[in-house]
Design a protein around this ligand. Structure first.
Ligand code: NAD
Length: 424
């Protein structure tokens, strides 16, 4: 009997609903492994924690936190921690599930996990942020660990937060557990190249896809939504390859320059002002008009569900590179495919971050650190090889790159599931 999950009621375009529909689409391509496909629709373990902290003014505030381990068939859980006011259990479940698929798509020996706290971190002082991070780490400490589940940065979390997580876990276990999180600062066992790795992976998959489409990067027009870690790193690499970044949007505004935004100036502006809004090197633009931007490559690198059906009809790009997780709802996916817009899906496009996280974890275990060149070369090769296999699968079955990525990944996940067998 496969009763639906009792604690979640997905609606079509919610992140979990989107993920479930993506699984349904891949089942016909799983052969005898389809027997195990229900596994993919059920998170293995979900933990909800109360995170009480003392605020600077003496009040006690409570935040709700989560850690979801979606599937551990292929290895320990791996996935970021998000701090955002819209975080819910259902969203974290979807993000954890996409991690399972992503790690398998690039063949890393990991399962999928994700965490988050429903909070607006911009309203916390640095000390409050540290107390919240440490209490959250302690609460999820019963299920994380270097061989169990390894968190990393995601929206609104960074190297400093990873340092506090590593220190808290280490204090609680009486060890120096550098391998418990990735995305750490360099002198705490972090890896060169990790900060920009996700954006680099977006660039590498975009470069390969553009080559196959016959689209030249030199002179290509690029629009980026979300100008944080992922969006800004990808924009920088496309600009270095001769691309023209004509539009950028984040939570502070949307800016446009038909001749191209100066990426170095924009980075300095974002660092100083916390967002692209007010940037003098471009004109302010209506947020919704962003989706009409005349461009060759569109990079959604903010949050889920941004490419709705209505927006999918308006997108001018030939190539969409999903830096964000889950930016395209299933109906929009179909519309883009019908319109001949190629989508490189999140589960391969943004896998560069977890790939270099894997390098970081391996370096921590061996206590031997690689040069940035070595890291970038290995990252490039893993992404190119993974995309080639996915492309071949898509061609063979005449399916989208998303369904092909799920096909490659789910075959690996469910083969591991089958070989391990059910316990007891
Ligand atoms: P970040 O916090 O560095 O940046 C997030 C960006 O999104 C910011 O520029 C913010 O202003 C923007 N944003 C937020 N709400 C928005 C809105 N309503 N409209 C437009 N822009 C908005 O986060 P990040 O690490 O760059 O993550 C971005 C996306 O990439 C997320 O979907 C995340 O899950 C995904 N991702 C991140 C990594 C990683 O290594 N950091 C890896 C894989 C995938």
């Amino acid at each position: 009997m496969n009763e639906p999950l009792s604690f979640v009621h997905p609606h079509a375009n919610s992140p979990w609903g989107t993920y479930i529909s993506q699984v349904d689409r891949v089942v016909p391509y799983l052969g005898h492994l389809a027997r195990w496909s229900e596994t993919l629709k059920r998170p293995k373990r979900t933990l909800i924690v109360d995170v009480p902290i003392e605020m600077d003014n003496g009040d006690v505030a409570h935040f709700e936190g989560y850690r979801v381990q979606h599937n551990l068939s292929r290895g320990p859980g791996k996935g970021g921690v998000r701090y955002h006011p819209d975080v819910t259990l259902e969203e974290v479940m979807a993000l954890a599930a996409w991690m399972t698929v992503k790690c398998a798509a690039v063949n890393l020996p990991y399962g999928g996990a994700k965490g988050g706290i429903r909070v607006d971190p911009k309203r916390l002082s640095i000390k409050e942020l540290e107390r919240m991070t440490r209490r959250y780490t302690s609460e999820i400490g019963i299920i994380i660990g270097p061989q169990r589940d390894i968190p990393a940065p995601d929206v609104n979390t960074n190297g400093q937060i990873m340092a506090w997580m590593m220190d808290t876990y280490s204090m609680n276990t009486g060890t120096t557990a550098t391998g418990v999180v990735t995305g750490k600062p360099i002198h705490l066992g972090g890896s060169l190249g990790r900060v920009k790795a996700t954006g680099r992976g977006v660039f590498v998959t975009g470069r390969e896809a553009a080559r196959r489409l016959g689209l030249k990067l030199d002179g290509a027009r690029i629009a980026v939504q979300g100008y944080g870690n992922v969006g800004s790193s990808a924009a920088e690499l496309f600009a270095q390859a001769g691309g023209t970044v004509v539009a950028a949007q984040d939570h502070t505004g949307t800016i446009f320059n038909d001749k191209g935004l100066d990426i170095a100036d924009l980075a300095a502006h974002v660092k100083e002002h916390g967002g692209v809004g007010g940037f003098a090197g471009g004109e302010a633009m209506d947020g919704e008009a962003f989706w009409d931007t005349r461009c060759d490559i569109l990079i959604p690198a903010a949050l889920e569900g941004q490419i709705s059906a209505a927006r999918a009809h308006r997108i001018k790009a030939r190539l969409v590179l999903e830096g964000a997780n889950g930016p395209t709802v299933p109906e929009a996916d179909d519309i883009l495919a019908e319109r001949g817009v190629l989508v490189v899906p999140d589960v391969i496009c943004n896998a560069g971050g977890v790939t270099v996280s894997y390098f970081e974890w391996v370096q921590d275990f061996s206590s031997f650190f690689w040069s940035e060149d070595e890291i970038n070369v290995r990252l490039d090769k893993i992404m190119v090889d993974a995309l080639k296999k996915i492309w071949d699968t898509a061609d063979r079955h005449k399916i989208t790159l998303r369904t092909a990525t799920f096909a490659v990944a789910c075959e690996r996940i469910l083969t591991a599931r089958e070989e391990r067998g059910l316990y007891p």
